[in-house]
Design a protein around this ligand. Sequence first.
Ligand SMILES: [Fe+2]
Length: 332
Amino acid sequence: MNSASRVFHLDVGTRPSRQPASPALSGATKRDTHSPGIVAGLLAPHPPHLIYAENHPNNEPRSRGGWEQIRWGYEAVRKRVKEIHKPDVILVHAPHWITAVGHHVNCVENPKGVSVDPIFPHLFRYHYDFKTDVELAEAIVAEGKQQGLTMSAMKHPGMRVDYATIASLHLLNPDWDIPVVSISANNNPYYFADAPLDEMEALGIATRRAIESTGRRAVLAASCSMSHLHWNVEPDLPEDMSFEHAFNDHQHRWDMKFLELVRSGRSDELRRFIPEHIEATAAETKAGSLTWMLSAIGWPRMAGTVHAYGTVIGTGNGLIEWAPEDGGVFHV
Ligand SMILES: [Fe+2]
């Protein structure tokens, strides 16, 4: 582990339990800051380039920067996570922890190791050391089974955590001082040309029920890009931004249609549009992460906030937040 790396060692379950609001306070404020539930849902893409560009001590390679607008968006979201949402736990569903049989939930109390992007090992070799909210992770396994899903509690401490999980979690909270639950991608677009999203709807419902039954306040992160065609040749300097732009006009236009539905709060249309967008743009949302998250928050008829949109090696990356206006939880 890099000696400059900063990790946290908060014991899950040692936080003071949340007290219900006093009658006087609950009548005086609309902010529901005590009820368990989901306080925010995020589309939080994981290009390793963003961390490479940041020159964070946990990541070995060094850069001259790049992809600033998306990184500034993440800075804004980090601030909201810490100062507004103040979650007990961050949950992430990521496309690159691929499981062929069932949905797996990481139940290892303290995952630690080095996460390497197999495509970009020269950009991402990240030293991680974090705490899992094991009680919630196991509750998701149980609730998933109740929903009829094939579920598995992953308890192998030596399993290397994939770079998508690590990248999104780092980008949302580089302090790593909030416990985590990470969920695998069984909705497997890398094995099947067309992966139906139905199970991701059920996994979202199971996740929400587990969060509520364990009394957590949670931020959910869908770790994926939007349009996903990308260059197969890298410039000599990976962060040379003169090479960075949309893969083509078609990909850009479809991403803008997607964002138009998000920004106008047309969630019913978005739900129907996601499979079309996947087919048109090879979108990474085909791994099911976005459908999982939006199902968990109940496909709310509210506008999502687009904190940033930008391309990374030609792929479209939207950093989007859905959160109740009053700072409370989603009621589904
Ligand atoms: Fe990816």
